[in-house]
Design a protein around this ligand. Sequence first.
Ligand code: NAI
Length: 381
Amino acid sequence: MAEKRKWRMGMVGGGPGAFIGPVHKMAAELDGRMELVAGAFSQSGEKSRAAGEAFRIDPARAYANYNEMLAAERMRKDAIDFVVIATPNNTHFPVARAALEAGFPVMSDKPATMSYAEVEELAKIVAKSGLPYGLTHTYAGYALVREARHLCGSGQLGPIRKIVAEYLQGWLSQPIEATGQKQAAWRSDPRLNGPGGCIGDIGVHAFHLLEYVTGLHVTSMNAVLRTVVPGRKLDDDCSAMLRLDNGAEGVLMASQIATGEGNGMRLRIYGEHGSIDWRQEDPNRLRVKWGDKPEEIRHAAAGYLSADARAAARLPGGHPEGYIEAFAVLYREFADALEAWRDGNPSPMPATLPGIEAAMRGMRFVERGIESSHKRTWLDF
Ligand code: NAI
């Protein structure tokens, strides 16, 4: 791409009624550096065309399946530059593999694959291709998550001793999969979702966030997974104890039967001198508490924040940014990765953008969580 133009994106998933596909489009396009031009939005050609029409793309570029999209786009002068994956979990790996092998960088939704064995294979494909591979752990894109990360990384909180990561939702409190509710139906089916229910759907976000913010690695875990709603085939509630590589310990709670909760994600990190408390439903405020001085509330986009946190904000303080904007921070960094890759940089991924390493950690967490719950014991990572 010699001339300055928008990066062209082809999306797999995001058909009529889908949740996250349209979010990917909004986020990718927010900063004006990318645009959706093609897609295989559904498994049905007709629904894919309907979605293409709603997204206002050229009808000839709304494909019946992803293989057709990759083959047809490779022949075009104005071909897509990268592939976005926003389908149910069972297709993430085959689509990523096909796209990378066809020479297209990939921005995938989580979890990266269905198993750790698959993500190991994917990592080899990514390495061999030399192409950017991003993973949309959305919460990493919030400005105040970047501030919390800076506070941990710069040592201001002192050595980290205790982590409490929560992700509580209530939308699966009843067996709504039996009513055909689209998002619940595939998430409750192990063939489409994979073996980890709540742990793989949202536990993995909490796990990523705690490692992302602290810069620490979990070394062992002891999890209890439960299926609370009768008849459900996968876990809908998860409690885990964690040990980290600096000696800290953590507690991770993820639940989809926490009645009344919306998207209750919260991260608390306690160091020797201070601690942070961030909530996804109030994302523009970060509470910082100190052992020897009064509590602070830091506001998104304020001039006193770290450079990393300021870089993630688009608007002056007091103008709230939220979910789409956080998602768009990841896309902005993916655009940076594409530019670095185009310019021949052998390590094009920005350090702040989750990629294949986060994908591997996440799949390890899901597999070890299931196994430790089954064996009722601590397991090393
Ligand atoms: P959804 O059920 O709302 O949408 C999935 C879409 O993919 C549907 O339009 C479906 O027709 C389409 N699809 C299924 N198989 C396909 C195939 N082979 N080819 C093309 N299209 C296909 O699901 P939702 O909630 O949007 O989740 C999708 C993915 O995004 C999941 O892996 C989920 O874990 C992830 N997700 C991530 C979030 C985040 O914050 N990063 C939030 C929500 C979901």
